[in-house]
Design a protein around this ligand. Sequence first.
Ligand SMILES: OC[C@H]1O[C@H](O[C@H]2O[C@H](CO)[C@@H](O)[C@H](O)[C@H]2O)[C@H](O)[C@@H](O)[C@@H]1O
Length: 680
Amino acid sequence: MCGPCTRSVWDTALRGMGVGSWVVRAVLAAQVPEGAPAVLHTQREVYVRLYQRLGFAAVDVCDVLPGNKQQEDTNGDFQITILDGGPKTLKLGSAESHGFNKYDLRGTYVLSNLLQELALAKDLGKQFIVLPESKLTENPVHRLSRMIATSFWAGLTRTMDRKGMHIICQDPKNRSHDQSLKIYVPYEDHVAQAYYRNVVETTAWGLQLHVLPPDISPEYVKTLDEHPGILSLALHKTYDPLARAEVWRGVPFVVPGGRFNEMYGWDSYFETLGLLVDDKVDLGKHMVDNFCYQIHHYGKILNANRTYYLTRSQPPFLTDMARRVHAYQAPPYAAEPSHHHHGPIPTAPVIRDDAWLLRVLLFAIKEYYTVWMAAPRIDNATGLSAYHPTGIGMPPETEATHFLHVLAPYARKHGVSVEEFQHMYNSRAVSEPDLDAYFLHDRAVRESGHDTTYRLEHRCASLLTVDLNALLHKYEADIADLIDQVGVVRPDGSKAVPVPTAWWQSSALPTLDEHADIAVLCANAVADLARDVPAHLYTPDHAHTSVPVPLRATDTLHWTTSAVWRHRAARRRATMTRLMWDEAAGEFFDWDMAANARSAYHSVTTLWALWAHVATRAQADRMVEVALPRYEMLGGLVSGTEASRGAVSLDRPNRQWDYPFGWAPHQIMAWHGLKELVFD
Ligand SMILES: OC[C@H]1O[C@H](O[C@H]2O[C@H](CO)[C@@H](O)[C@H](O)[C@H]2O)[C@H](O)[C@@H](O)[C@@H]1O
């Protein structure tokens, strides 16, 4: 046991021994209550003896970790859970007896906590850790929640600046011959060009700066497959207390982690939900700002900010994300903090910035018109949309062996190896239209975020999916609400927002009957920019930020009102119900344009119709009664049904977004949808 006298011995005994005694002191003082056992581990025998003399149980990471992982992780899934059949006990030498007397740590959670701490320590290259018993016995849900709030967000937050960009420039997905570090900056972002030029000139990283052309065509993007790089995001000026001056910094964002070390589209939405739970509202706002930057400079919210993602988007969540950030309420910090709040009381400001929300609203409208309601994603016949990115050939970022089974028959046909055929195909020395079609659908699958699933394979770009159209219904309804909330007050007292004619014209809307309504509602609507439109919507503040303003001083503007957007939402809902709703099955199904029929593939994304309020109350009840049980498994909702997925074999392997896998975004969408539409 570690008592007070141990602590005083500790100070002097370990000083200068290179074991970070100040850390231990701090941890002991802050976390180990009097008389509580502390677990130390070390990899060096001499320290083991020393710590034991000082009264600590000593655990060697290298000894404890592999043996116990093997002993306890009996199903080999890299976790210790109730599903493992190990003895669930571990003997530790008690500190009081200098390690001679053993005491048992018992139970799944205690062992799991201990091994997690040891694994973390090992990853961090620590020679020893001090572990208060309270950490070993901590409720695992609270523990995970605490770790996310106090450690994981920080570990996943990145900035694209001198301080933070080096780690992002490297990319384990880059399989090209060109491994040099590259940053690509938009043609119009002169702030970023100057900033990164300075970084290139004043560092020895070998970083290369490339300015993108004004028109980023699929052909141009294809040329970058051999020279991939990171894409810049927004910069802003912030006060640096050390420099005692305002300095340029990257606007921070969160990455998914592992090999995904860039800002992703739909991941960012779910990350932002978590950031708000942990009172990190500023970071959530920054994520939204980076999305606005992407819409302005890259023409869309990118699959992620690497060159090979330039032609693809991901499921659109911007309006809901911005609304949640804007509406964020700092929790009432009473005497009893909720289990979410650990450590010091957060001081997150409340973002009730209507001017900011209005700017974001305009970017969302631009995205709606120019990405989702424009060719090639819009289906003119129904007014619904499909995941249908542009782009050419194979997505280069996938694992090396990913497409071998697809390419093998073509290689055989041409009498060459798969590698040779891949080179011939990529350099366009051979033309294979069927393969082009395969990759068109494959890129669409990646745009859907659901890479990969048999629901979408070979046909994604021809599917009007429930998921995408539910999200667009949410955009339309949100945009209507937001116009009423933060729109510009017109001389007649009504609220509207100014939209560049060019955005509207590049959409496919004029071919729909709706444009008659718009014409009426936008009558006499060409705006005089200087008179009617708030200056912050078209005056850039390049001294402090590279986040662009949504409007250009040269734009011809039309005013749009919430009535137009409510009309659009109602029409999409009616079309989805007509084409996709199956009363007997109690589900919405994707609409297959090629077959001109409803797809029969069961997917849990049907529940997105609840989240987006596409489903009526009666449909929601039917879904809960008939559809929900299809997806409910021990632990949550599964992606699809076994019957829809079909048999798997060596030639037809499992797909990660199919049965039997369950994914966090699907659970969250279902919770929110069920809570709002059914249970509240
Ligand atoms: O968490 C990030 C994303 O990870 C998966 O997809 C990504 O990896 C693929 C292969 O490297 C790539 O082709 C795809 O475009 C990426 O988005 C996951 O399936 C996505 O849902 C997720 O957003």
